[in-house]
Write a protein that binds this ligand. Structure first.
Ligand SMILES: [Zn+2]
Length: 295
């Protein structure tokens, strides 16, 4: 009964397919093409707000995560999640900037915080109150398997969450128990939002941001977005790729944040491919809920 501590172990326990091997080879080729066609860092120097998010920094991901931050720090300023949201809302695009967040509240997010702090950066940690502080292996294993589709990995406890906040990071809501919002009656979702906000306010003293679980457009509905702001949250985040041009102001309750997932255990070139490509295609990602949703 052991918790997963290494990314190598974690990825080996996830279903491997021919598709994932081909995907990896394709990403290496695409990265080269992106660099050859678009120059090395010109795209990265474009003023914009790009939000990166992760789920875990296992022990063997600490060094690669540090290397990724070192690379990004050459061409970007790192801002807090709240500051990134502010810049997008007012349409302030003075410089290339990146903000960080992390979903699901795994204990190894403490590694992420420690490395971010070396670069003067902070993150918003989106947590599920129902998994925070779980200490029985069976409960952790069950939550990871049924809600996150992960091998068993330890969660933060409330002291960790308070400590992160005291060090300048933010704690955001990700629903009480990692539900699929698109499959949840709106009334139930409203209650979940109110409860999540209440718990975060009482445990951490603040609850400004919300990210819905699973993250694709089809895991959410536009009516649910209105509920997020109604409950008092200031922003709503997806896990759809893309970045924000900040070319014009956006109304607060219309903004749906796009975030690029990074996995420190991937080759650096693969993470850089997505960051560079989505910076280049920044005009394709709108700030709002999309008119047409492709699956
Ligand atoms: Zn999640």
């Amino acid at each position: 009964m052991q918790y997963t501590k290494q990314y190598s172990e974690f990825s080996a326990l996830q279903p491997k397919s021919l598709r994932s091997s081909l995907r990896s080879a394709a990403l290496s080729a695409l990265h080269l093409k992106e660099r050859l066609l678009r120059g090395s860092n010109a795209t990265l120097r474009v003023p914009r707000v790009q939000l990166l998010f992760l789920h875990h920094i296992f022990e063997d991901e600490m060094e690669p995560f540090d290397r990724l931050l070192r690379e990004l720090a050459q061409t970007h300023v790192f801002v807090s999640h709240s500051e990134a949201v502010r810049r997008i809302l007012v349409g302030e695009n003075a410089e290339p900037c990146i903000s960080f967040s992390s979903d699901d509240g795994l204990k190894n997010n403490l590694h992420a915080a420690e490395i971010l702090e070396r670069y003067g950066a902070t993150a918003c940690f989106y947590i599920n109150p129902n998994s925070i502080g779980l200490s029985k292996y069976e409960q952790v294993e069950s939550f990871c398997r049924t809600r996150l589709e992960f091998p068993p990995a330890e969660f933060l406890d409330w002291n960790d969450a308070e400590g992160l906040q005291a060090r300048g990071h933010e704690i955001g809501a990700h629903t009480m128990g990692h539900i699929n919002v698109a499959e949840t009656p709106i009334r139930e979702f409203r209650e979940d939002l109110e409860r999540s906000r209440e718990v975060l306010l009482s445990r951490c003293g603040a609850a400004r941001h919300f990210a819905y679980p699973y993250g694709r457009f089809f895991h959410f509905i536009k009516e649910a977005m209105a509920e997020v702001f109604e409950a008092g949250f200031e922003s709503c985040a997806s896990a759809e790729r893309g970045c924000h041009t900040c070319a014009r102001p956006v109304a607060k309750d219309q903004l749906l944040l796009r975030r690029d997932q990074i996995v420190a255990g991937w080759p650096l070139a693969h993470n850089m491919y997505f960051i560079r490509r989505n910076a280049r295609l920044r005009h394709l990602a709108s700030d709002e809920w999309p008119r047409v949703i492709g699956r």
